[in-house]
Design a protein around this ligand. Structure first.
Ligand code: SIN
Length: 314
């Protein structure tokens, strides 16, 4: 008897991949998250060869992603991963905060099975829609033997979550890693794997169990010519628990910004140093410097800091 095909669960959250516009030629004026998950799957006839289940977790523009939706998504991913018959999960998402959700799921779940996020730059109604191929590729990766961990499948490349960045406002090849290239590339239905699949230790769902309103506030502050640090002081007055500084170059800041950061630290605010540069890490200044963002972009460092501060929320 033939063994059944691997079962892949598609969890939809919205985004341009589920977006529709009035005209097939319109690739920018559309409503994200308008298509239901069943219509999304039905729009890719080649998926008929796969064994799929689908579920809607949200139908939002990913700019509106929030803690409550992250909690719900992580719980649904964990629920389906625990089912022995499920080989992998695909999460459809908007591109705008894809790197944040991918990193969030990676840190909270660090799954042994594949959790593959995908998205699109052009709405489903567009003549040149990129979502169908991305979704088909993502399902193929989620069903493939040997794949594990959280990854992002986009424009024929498979990226790890750590250090992933959306780097273009319009092009369909909109993502890049930091200094590391993709884990794999998808060409003509074949996957060429270059690096190990993501692993690591999961923080676990308990870490994110606090009510969304209780999640610590973490702001991102950018260094720039003329930065006087006042925005840091204002964030402290507003009650922020953490600040990620998107510094210039290798995470450096102006003298006045440095002084404001020192004042914030004095008030017990946790500070992470990231960079406003598109590529490259921010390395620790010494052996006991735990505040450098490493490969993480400023927005991913914000997720990391929020998860770290959640450890103190009882
Ligand atoms: C979104 O992030 O939900 C809208 C933009 C996109 O998916 O490209």
């Amino acid at each position: 008897m033939q063994s059944p095909k691997p079962l892949v669960v598609i969890l939809a959250t919205g985004g341009t991949i589920a977006g529709t516009a009035a005209l097939a030629t319109d690739t920018t004026g559309y409503r994200a998250g308008a298509l239901g998950v069943d219509a999304l799957v039905a729009g890719v006839p080649a998926l008929a060869g796969h064994r799929l289940e689908s579920e809607s977790v949200a139908a939002i523009d990913s700019k509106d992603m929030d803690e409550a939706t992250w909690q719900r998504l992580a719980r649904r991913v964990a629920h389906h991963l625990a089912r022995p018959e499920v080989a992998g999960i695909v999460v459809t998402h908007g591109t705008d905060t894809l790197e944040e959700t991918a990193y969030f799921l990676h840190r909270v779940l660090a799954p042994a099975k594949p959790v593959v996020l995908t998205a699109a730059m052009r709405p489903a109604s567009a003549l040149s829609a990129d979502g169908p191929a991305n979704l088909l590729d993502a399902v193929g990766v989620a069903a493939a033997p040997g794949v594990r961990g959280v990854s992002v499948v986009f424009a024929g490349a498979v990226w790890g979550a750590v250090g992933l960045r959306k780097v273009h406002t319009l092009q369909t090849s909109a993502f890049a890693g930091s200094d590391c290239g993709p884990i794999a590339r998808l060409e003509g239905g074949a996957m060429r794997v270059f690096r190990a699949w993501p692993g690591g230790e999961a923080l676990g769902l308990e870490r994110i169990a606090a009510a969304p309103s209780a999640w610590p506030r973490v702001e991102i502050v950018m260094n720039h010519a003329g930065a006087d640090g006042r925005i840091v002081d204002d964030a402290v007055i507003a009650g922020t628990a953490g600040i990620v500084v998107a510094g210039t170059g290798h995470g450096t800041v102006s003298a006045r910004m440095e002084a404001a950061i020192a004042r914030a630290r004095g008030e017990g605010v946790r500070v992470t140093r990231a960079s406003r540069c598109v590529f490259g890490p921010v390395l620790p200044r010494g052996a006991d410097d735990a505040d450098a963002a490493g490969e993480l972009s400023a927005v991913q460092a914000r997720v990391e800091l929020q998860l770290a501060l959640l450890a103190d929320v009882r």
